[in-house]
Each structure stands twice: as C-alpha cells, then as structure tokens.
Ligand binder design. Structure first.
Ligand code: VGL
Ligand code: ZN
Length: 219
C-alpha cells in the first residue's frame, strides 16, 4: 500500500487577509508541514482561475456568496480569488513546498468551477491527478487543506469514488461554513461515502490511537 498526501488549495486567498478567507486558514500550515514527513509522496492542487471565471460574483454583476443556477448546476458565487499568476494564488506563507512532487491546477476553464482536485464540477474533464497517482503506484490518499466543505470534500469524494482508500485529516483542514453547519454536514457526507476521518494525532501514534494501523501511516 502506498499512500499519497494531497494538499488542497493551501493558497493566500483562502487564508485570513485573502479575498476568500477561510476562518483559521493559517492554522492548517504547521499541521500540514508536520504531516508531510509521514508520506512518501506529496502532491498539491491549486485553485487557478482566469480572471473572467464564471464562479466570480463580479462577473455576473452579483454579490459574493449568492447562489445561482449555472449551466444546470448550482453555483455559489465567490469573491474573485486565486486568479492565475497573482499573489492570492500563491501558496500560503510558511507552507513547506519542497516535497511537493507535482501540482495540479483546477478551475482553469472559465465556464465551469472545479472544487475537486480530480475533475471539474460537471465531471467532464480530469486534471490528471488520478492518472498520476495510479502511475506512481498510489493506492490510498490522505486529503488536507482548504476548504473542508468545498475543495477538500470534493477531492476526497472523487478519490474515494476512483477507488483510492481515502482519509481526511480534519485538523489539517478548515472550512468556509457559508451556512452554519456546512463543515459538519460535509464531514457527515464524507463519512457516509466511506471516507475515513481522523486527526493528525492518530498518525503520530499519540495515546488516542487505536490498535489498528491507520491507512495514512508511515510508508
Ligand atoms: C474553494 C470556493 C471556491 C476551495 C475554491 O478551495 O475550497 N472554495 N473555490
Ligand atoms: Zn475557486
């Protein structure tokens, strides 16, 4: 079994001071840095939008955080964020990036949003992450980053659906909670899909650890 750590969208715009700040976004950084040494392969995703992206409220003359129907899909409208090549799209400060083997860009097509690191929201186009992981012999993944109720959730759901044994390390994630309870609901959905939800302590062998070796354990 080979487990890869997937860092989801640990970017400036999702951290306090960014344009789409996730509460507590910076808190994931030390946890993620600590986690990386437990995995043989670390990959990352970046939200990487053209500035005319259809998920941006401004491009519809609407207010951020409104929800609309777009091409038959529900689309939350966001403040402009993670625009390709801007500082907001850079990795958040303090994130250890030297072990990231490959980065997968998502949300690059202006016409469709992409919460998952594997596919756009219409499941039409793959980013290449799934094929890459398979080529590397990866069987299991641990997913961490921002935001729990969007990109972390959908990356984990797709990973699980693709047949990777999937774990989310919850204290290495933070959520938007656009509606109160969104993160809790995301956790329940992931659980129902068979995704394992843990805290970093379970990988570090803290007293709380169960007998069974966790899927994300040291390779
Ligand atoms: C995300 C909203 C819009 C995320 C990306 O990374 O969770 N959320 N774009
Ligand atoms: Zn986005």
């Amino acid at each position: 079994m080979t487990t890869s750590l997937i860092l989801v969208d640990v970017q400036n715009d999702f951290c306090p001071g960014g344009s789409l700040p996730v509460p507590g976004g910076f808190d994931v950084i030390p946890v993620i840095n600590r986690l990386q040494s437990l995995f043989g392969l670390v990959v990352a995703t970046k939200d990487w939008h053209p500035k005319d992206h259809s998920s941006f409220a401004v491009n519809h003359g609407k207010q951020p955080y409104e929800v609309i129907e777009l091409d038959g899909m529900t689309q939350a409208l966001w403040p402009a964020h993670c625009v390709q090549g801007t500082p907001g799209a850079d990795y958040a400060p303090g994130l250890d990036t030297k072990r990231i083997a490959k980065v997968f860009l998502k949300g690059v097509d202006r016409k469709i949003d992409s919460y998952s690191g594997f596919f756009d929201n219409g499941h039409k186009r793959a980013t290449g992450l799934g094929d890459y992981l398979r080529q590397q012999g990866v069987t299991d993944v641990a997913v961490v980053g921002l935001a729990t109720d969007y990109c972390v959730k959908w990356t984990a759901m797709d990973a699980q659906q693709l047949g990777f044994g999937t774990t989310v390390v919850l204290d290495a994630c933070r959520g938007v909670n656009l509606k109160p309870g969104d993160v809790d609901r995301a956790v329940e959905e992931m659980k129902a899909a068979g995704i394992r939800l843990i805290e970093i302590a379970e990988l570090l062998g803290a007293p709380k650890t169960a007998r069974q070796a966790p899927a994300g354990g040291a390779p």
